[in-house]
Write a protein that binds this ligand. Sequence first.
Ligand SMILES: [Zn+2]
Length: 86
Amino acid sequence: MEATIPTCRDMAERVTDYLEGALSASSRLGTRMHLFICPSCRRYFDQMRKTIRLLADAPPAPPPDGVAEKVIAAVRRDPQGQPTGD
Ligand SMILES: [Zn+2]
């Protein structure tokens, strides 16, 4: 079994599989070797790991910036949720 070290591009393609443990043993070894020598992929993988964890744990996603404000503004404009008619 020979592990070839993937390129950074390969790394981006396999990050999800790696984090899910879906890679073959030799791919995983190559990925680890790349992470060992490549700080930017290490950072990228760390970031992905955190993101995946957040998505897995997260309650329903918070609304994007500005949506809450718009909802609040709409409610203030129309507190009963009825057409105001004026
Ligand atoms: Zn890299």
